[in-house]
Design a protein around this ligand. Structure first.
Ligand SMILES: [Zn+2]
Length: 186
């Protein structure tokens, strides 16, 4: 088989059985890396181990791991995964000429996702529009790297004072604690 034919075969398999996974970091990941970013990987899941192995040999990278059946009438699966960015780029560029519309769009979306930016959350304003960066930012940053807006905290406190409703669980438990104390004293 010529190399081009091998790649065409792999691209066809990928079109049918593969997936392009792009998802924003979970809260845990944001805390751990201290910034926003994207989880990016290529995946091929099949019940035939030899086919997945052949695919791996053609593209030259990635890991294969077995996944146990999720329901009794399913079969065990073999999953090829590549999460190494230079190789993702290389493989997608190899496959692009062979892919059809939906996956081509997804491939371009994947290629446009930036690597994570070290050194901070990429958000510049909170949900109420207060600045989170720069000289006018009024924020505090927890050990985990999460930015909290002090202006919003003030808004919640004022609402609580005027409307008497709970806007944070902290306020609720503060009152609960005071009531308990009163009850114990009586
Ligand atoms: Zn705010």
């Amino acid at each position: 088989m010529r190399k081009v034919d091998k790649i065409a075969w792999a691209a066809g398999l990928f079109e049918g059985e593969g997936s392009i996974v792009i998802r924003p970091y979970s809260r845990k990941q944001v805390k751990f890396f201290r910034c926003n970013g994207w989880t990016r990987m290529l995946r091929v899941a099949m019940t035939d181990e030899d086919v997945v192995k052949k695919f791996r040999d053609v593209v030259g990278v990635g890991k294969i791991h077995p996944v146990a059946r999720k329901k009794p009438h399913y079969k065990d699966q073999y999953v090829w995964v590549c999460s190494d960015w230079p190789n993702i780029k290389r493989i997608l560029n190899l496959f692009l000429p062979f892919l059809c519309a939906r996956r081509t769009a997804k491939a371009f979306e994947m290629l446009s996702k930036p690597a994570r930016k070290p050194g901070g959350i990429t958000k510049t304003h909170c949900k109420r529009g207060h600045p989170l960066r720069g000289r006018r930012a009024n924020v505090y940053i927890t050990k985990g790297g999460v930015i909290h807006c002090r202006a919003c905290q003030r808004v919640r406190q004022d609402k609580y004072k005027t409307e008497g409703r709970y806007f944070t669980t902290a306020q609720y438990f503060h009152d609960y604690y005071l009531n308990q104390k009163k009850a114990n004293a009586a």
